[in-house]
Write a protein that binds this ligand. Sequence first.
Ligand code: PSU
Ligand code: MN
Length: 304
Amino acid sequence: MIACDMSPEVARARAGGTPLVALESTIITHGLPHPQNLDIARRIEAEIRAGGATPATIAVLDGRLKIGLEDTQLDDLAKAGDVRKLSRADLPVAIATGATGATTVAATMIAAHLAGIEVFATGGIGGVHRGAETSFDISADLHELAQTPVTVVAAGAKAILDLPKTLETLETLGVPVITFGQDAFPAFWSRDSGLAAPLRLDNPRDIARSHRTRGQMGLAGGQLIANPIPAADEIPRAEIDRAISTALGDAKTAGVLGKDVTPYLLDRMQALTQGRSVRANIALVLNNARLAARIATELGKIAT
Ligand code: PSU
Ligand code: MN
């Protein structure tokens, strides 16, 4: 098995039986603007601690797979300008060559599973991009959810994506898409995407039980928990839709491709909404961290 480095805090949690929640690092390096990203990363970790669980932010530093970052490591990652974005395909290459990189949802799920962590909180997952019928741009996150047994708490998927195609793909892959507490699938900055969620659960205990049941049945893959942004923080659909159209047009004009697409769009959205998209992003990630801590706590009470 590949060696991973547990931070002292994560090692203590494991020894003491405290529930763990994994966190990705691409959101820090490519998803949120510097310098707020460090402060936000710390607040997300604090929210998990306040919920009685221990955060494990995941990254590759000089070829070492880190499960939990110390504060100086988090600081270095947040300010480094040219960190690689590591998904499933990139993770082994980065480890083998001593590189440094931030993990996406897919890579964070892999690392969490290697470390025995069952719950992971993030903002939004990657999905099927608009125009995928010609670009074939479909995030590896979707296939990861189909094969790695981690419950991922996200605020749905961003409306910069093609949400109907994203949901169809998840259905084909047999990934349970479970909305928390409402029927509509949330669209990241807005509570309602206008699409019905395939499944709904209203409490963390049921989410934990269905995670366990998947494992007991020998089914591969995890669960996507779609947790709507708090009402006070959402951006109305009409308002966000205008910015999305402009951002997509700009990406096309600039000829952005591959793994640069998502960071480019997030950056354009921040500029087009005068930072409002980032404020909503922060609120929803904190909300997801709270729910993930509750699910991890419930999972700790159920035997495997
Ligand atoms: N969506 C967001 N914020 C993010 C990402 C997605 O709202 O920061 C990041 C996550 O790390 C996700 C990755 O796993 O982008 C997806 O990238 P791609 O579309 O290249 O697979
Ligand atoms: Mn892509």
